[in-house]
Design a protein around this ligand. Structure first.
Ligand code: ADE
Length: 255
């Protein structure tokens, strides 16, 4: 049997640092301005990398993971802005489908459709959603959460009992910081739970190479005028810890 290799990407350096700490026998390789950290987590070959921001950066990074490191599966963890008003800061979204909200080749094809693929949404395989669900539920269980993150820190960000949502995520080359932009996104794609800048690009490349993928996002902001406030602090104190814990919980399920 071919040995599996997991690629782990994150869009913030702090999140990647927390996951790099989990690697045994760590080695580093710099390619195209990114440092790829390879090693083993629980005995499984793993490559961890900070993707940088935006769809091009993410697509370039995942292509390198597939072609240079031969990954058999990809996991992306990072932060996102809430679009659906039910979502609160500290909640977690597992992507069911991903869409590129800035793809618009009208009148050649319908808005959001990816040219030549006849697709608007990239679906995540159900078994990957199931594994991520077990991992996230384990983290957000009260006892595990307060063991992973100091309750005072959680309180500082107004995080009580975070919830898990499984649904659609939109990606594009835009940081949402205006309520009016958020409202027009909801109006055009009502099923969207949250917005970020990489997931659907990763999903497209994985779809094209037939690589299973998982996208997990922690809500860091409300994608409106408040979205820049405490963003770096949130990543350092909360989402980097969430990412490392979720990755550990996913690896526990690998046979
Ligand atoms: N990632 C985290 N917050 C975001 C926002 N408000 N817009 C786009 N990407 C994000």
């Amino acid at each position: 049997m071919i040995e599996k290799t997991i690629g782990i990407m994150g869009a913030m350096p702090q999140e990647i640092e927390a996951v790099v700490q989990l690697l045994d026998d760590k080695q580093e390789l710099v390619l195209g301005k990114r440092t790829y950290y390879s090693g083993k987590i629980n005995g499984i070959k793993t490559v961890v990398v900070f993707s940088r921001w935006g769809k091009v950066a993410a697509a370039a990074t995942v292509s390198c993971l597939i072609l240079e490191f031969n990954i058999s599966e990809l996991i992306f963890t990072g932060v996102a802005g809430a679009i659906n008003t039910e979502l609160k800061i500290g909640d977690i979204v597992i992507a069911k489908r991903l869409i590129q909200h800035d793809m618009d080749a009208r009148p050649l094809m319908p808005q959001f459709e990816i040219p030549l693929l006849n697709k608007t949404f990239f679906e995540v395989r159900q078994e990957k959603i199931n594994a991520a669900t077990i991992a996230v539920n384990h983290l957000i269980d009260n006892d595990h959460l307060s063991a992973a993150i100091n309750p005072k820190t959680l309180k500082k960000f107004g995080i009580g009992s975070p919830k898990l949502f499984i649904g659609d995520i939109a990606s594009g080359d835009k940081f949402f910081s205006m309520k009016s932009d958020k409202e027009s996104l909801i109006a055009s794609i009502p099923s969207i739970k949250c917005v970020e800048m990489e997931g659907a690009a990763v999903a497209q490349v994985c779809y094209e190479y037939d690589i299973p993928f998982t996208i997990i996002r922690t809500i860091s902001d409300t994608a409106d005028e408040q979205s820049a406030i405490d963003f770096p602090l949130f990543v350092k104190d909360i989402s980097s810890k969430y990412s490392a814990e979720i990755i550990k919980n996913i690896y526990k399920q690998f046979g």
